[in-house]
Design a protein around this ligand. Structure first.
Ligand code: PRP
Ligand code: MN
Ligand code: MG
Length: 179
């Protein structure tokens, strides 16, 4: 285990097993729909990569980067698009791939945007769901694990851009972010 971790919350084996289960479910639901899988940069990269490789159906991938707009206390959920899609979502079955849902503000704005662009359907798959932190009523269509409100990193998730490449999800030692 990395020296900055307090504990491992979800092991590499647990992640890989759950990702395969989610992929099996998605495979059934999207078998004939050629979904456009949208990875939300950067956190969702490892999850997206593992998920799509376990879905042996026709699908396409694209990427989007967003950043929260203004103070985190704002409830508008307005986000700035840092990198937009290259693909048109019009008439497409869209599957948004996220690593974690906290407040849900980013995602709820994004869903509205994709619907306004005339996606045929918009669903969300998240590896992790932290419902305690929710500021808006939003529940993912597919979720890997529901987790407590702890400071976690790894498997895409960062603290100051570090730890994204850990193959497991760990709880960061408190002294490293408290100061
Ligand atoms: C994190 C995480 C989700 C989002 C969840 O991304 O990866 O995308 O926050 O938060 P919310 O539910 O409160 O909107 P972040 O903005 O840190 O960017 P990153 O993925 O590049 O780390
Ligand atoms: Mn993110
Ligand atoms: Mg981040």
């Amino acid at each position: 285990m990395h020296q900055d971790m307090e504990e491992i919350l979800i092991s590499e084996e647990q992640i890989q097993k759950r990702v395969k289960e989610l992929a099996a479910e998605l495979k059934k639901d999207y078998a004939d729909l050629n979904p456009l899988c949208i990875c939300i940069l950067k956190g969702a990269v490892p999850f997206m990569a593992d998920l799509i490789r376990a879905m042996d159906i026709p699908l396409e991938m694209d990427f989007m980067a967003v950043s929260s707009y203004g103070a985190s206390t704002q409830s508008s959920g307005v986000v700035r698009i840092v990198k937009d899609l290259e693909t048109s979502v019009e008439g497409r079955h869209v599957l948004v791939v996220e690593d974690i849902i906290d407040s849900g503000l980013t995602l709820s704005h994004l869903i509205e945007l994709l619907k306004a662009r005339n996606a045929k359907s918009v669903k969300v798959v998240t590896l992790l769901d932290k419902p305690e932190r929710r500021k808006i009523n939003l529940s993912p269509d597919y979720s890997g694990f529901t987790i407590p409100n702890k400071f976690i990193v790894g498997y895409g998730m960062d603290y100051a851009e570090k730890y994204r490449n850990l193959p497991y999800i760990g709880v960061l030692k408190e002294e490293l972010y408290r100061s």
